[in-house]
Design a protein around this ligand. Structure first.
Ligand SMILES: C[S@@+](CC[C@H](N)C(=O)[O-])C[C@H]1O[C@@H](n2cnc3c(N)ncnc32)[C@H](O)[C@@H]1O
Length: 214
């Protein structure tokens, strides 16, 4: 007897087969809200490396943008560290769930697509946080996504980029999202006036953790 694929795999496969890189996220969050599926990246806590970073970088009212805000853990962490946070997600059900989870929040949760971001976000944020979202879209979308990401960063700001690292994976066997990043792909956030500040691996080499500035 074979074990059935989890809902995220089934929904991703159907969405991607129709040439839709992101539609499955909303279907997954909607199914999860009904108790019919698990969202595998949901931990109920902010990203550990971001907790450590935020402790040393109080926001003091500066503007932060969290890409792929999901259920709100990372945006809420930054808001509690004094950042004025916008969190966006392509999945309306995720935005709705984050707002419901944190009803007193100061975070502005919005539905938006990294591939077609609002024009007014260009060069508008002192902190841009991208943690394991771009890797969840097929590779063809990566250049456009990285271009958008670089564009959000204001002069003197910081962008944090963390994705699964290709170095430790068997890429020949890799078939479904997420698609890990090469070191050169992470470095390519440095475009359009943005430059790399640091690039390291965390989690025993499994993830990149990079910072950039403009
Ligand atoms: C793998 S989850 C990671 C969520 C969160 N960043 C974390 O660290 O747990 C990817 C998230 O990005 C969102 N997402 C995927 N593609 C997106 C896009 N093009 N624009 C905005 N959000 C997107 C998904 O809906 C999902 O919430």
């Amino acid at each position: 007897m074979t074990t059935p694929d989890p809902a995220d795999r089934v929904l991703a496969r159907a969405s991607l087969a129709q040439g839709d890189p992101t539609g499955w996220f909303d279907r997954l969050y909607t199914a999860a809200a009904r108790g019919e599926a698990d969202v595998p990246w949901t931990r109920g806590a902010p990203t550990a490396e971001l907790v450590a970073w935020a402790a040393d970088h109080p926001g003091a009212g500066r503007r932060a943008l969290v890409v792929g805000s999901a259920l709100g853990d990372d945006p809420e962490l930054l808001a509690s560290a004094g950042w004025r946070v916008t969190g966006f997600d392509v999945a309306p059900a995720a935005v709705e769930a984050a707002r419901a989870r944190f009803p007193q929040s100061t975070v502005d949760y919005v539905v938006a697509d990294l591939l077609h971001p609002p024009a007014q976000w260009r060069h508008a944020f002192d902190l841009v946080v991208e943690i394991i979202n771009i890797q969840a879209m097929p590779r063809d979308y990566r250049p456009a996504a990285l271009r958008s990401l670089a564009g959000f960063l204001a002069p003197g700001g910081t962008a944090i980029v963390s994705e699964v690292a290709e170095e430790k994976q068997d890429m020949a066997a890799w078939q479904s999202p997420p698609w890990p990043f090469s070191r050169a792909e992470v470095e390519s956030v440095a475009q359009d006036g943005v430059r790399l500040v640091s690039l390291e691996t965390v989690r025993d080499g499994l993830r990149y953790w990079a910072t950039f500035t403009r």
